[in-house]
Design a protein around this ligand. Structure first.
Ligand SMILES: C[S@@+](CC[C@H](N)C(=O)[O-])C[C@H]1O[C@@H](n2cnc3c(N)ncnc32)[C@H](O)[C@@H]1O
Length: 269
């Protein structure tokens, strides 16, 4: 006789939630099981309470019927807050200490990847750092899972509140004012391309000199986090650098053939 199936082990948050996750994966390509389980479940329950959705089965049905409901959920799930030069002191380390290492060892046109680029603030910050060294012939790729963020990134237009992290001399030099908004100027925009990419399922680009992946992995399960770090490390060329977020230190960098060169900066062997 076969062992009885322990459903609480298989479905720790219930079968309704498991069904909901399958539906979300089917409709959006986002696999909720790759994110931190308890945290994701709690966020979704809060979201349903706020929107008066009684249970996961009803929610799944609504998502299937209403594209706007689906879009709203994706936006909520992906937590796409960002800033220009977020944690400025780390960008100063990038500029003063890390870029010389990268530039000195680069072969050909440099390749930079902002993975989880939200509305583009991180990718444009990187472009500005290079431009300040008169390096404009750099390929900067911004990727995100969220199409809405990517559209905003491509538009390159930000409110006064959104550009508060940009030092005033850089704001003046690299942005133009348009109807109360700040638009990234063309020489910077030309350096940056945006496209959709899911860190948990898409193919990774290779030969990167610098990968910036900040405040994305904090939402992933431990296993997904390990897999993504391994794949990011594979995407670096030898001597390339991975720039992580302020709460995302990699403690076992050696396992990925990386060496910490400064806090939050890891160099590929
Ligand atoms: C909190 S924002 C961080 C933005 C920026 N990197 C920063 O540090 O300011 C997290 C971003 O990761 C994106 N994201 C979440 N899951 C993702 C995945 N599986 N693949 C790619 N991007 C993802 C979200 O859409 C969101 O734009």
């Amino acid at each position: 006789m076969s062992e009885p199936v322990n459903t609480s082990e298989l479905y720790p948050f219930g079968t309704d939630y498991a069904y909901f996750c399958t539906k979300v994966a089917e409709l959006t390509g986002i696999n909720l099981h790759n994110y931190k389980g308890k945290q994701m479940y709690r966020r979704l329950v809060n979201y349903m309470n706020r929107r008066n959705i009684p249970d996961f089965a009803t929610f799944a049905l609504r998502l299937q019927r209403d594209p706007e409901e689906l879009e709203r959920l994706v936006e909520y799930l992906t937590i796409n807050v960002s800033e220009f030069f977020r944690n400025k002191e780390h960008w100063d380390v990038l500029d003063e200490k890390v870029l010389p290492l990268i530039i000195d060892s680069a072969k050909g046109r440099m390749r930079v990847w902002s993975a989880g680029s939200a509305a583009g603030q991180e990718a444009y910050s990187a472009a500005i750092v290079f431009a300040e060294r008169s390096l404009y012939d750099v390929f900067i790729l911004g990727t995100d899972i969220d199409e809405m963020s990517l559209s905003k990134a491509r538009a390159g237009k930000y409110s006064t509140a959104e550009v508060k992290g940009v030092p005033s001399h850089l704001l003046e030099k690299y942005f133009s004012e348009e109807d109360g908004f700040y638009k990234v100027k063309d020489p910077i925009r030309r350096m940056v391309s945006f496209r959709r990419h899911d860190l948990l399922s898409s193919e990774y680009p290779g030969g990167m000199d610098l990968i910036i992946c900040r405040n994305v992995l904090i939402y992933f399960s431990e296993q997904s986090k390990r897999e993504v770090i391994a794949r990011l490390a594979d995407s670096l060329r030898p001597g390339g650098v991975l720039f992580m977020g302020a709460t995302e230190a990699i403690f076992n960098a050696n396992d990925y053939e990386l060496t910490q060169v400064f806090p939050f900066f890891y160099r590929k062997w």
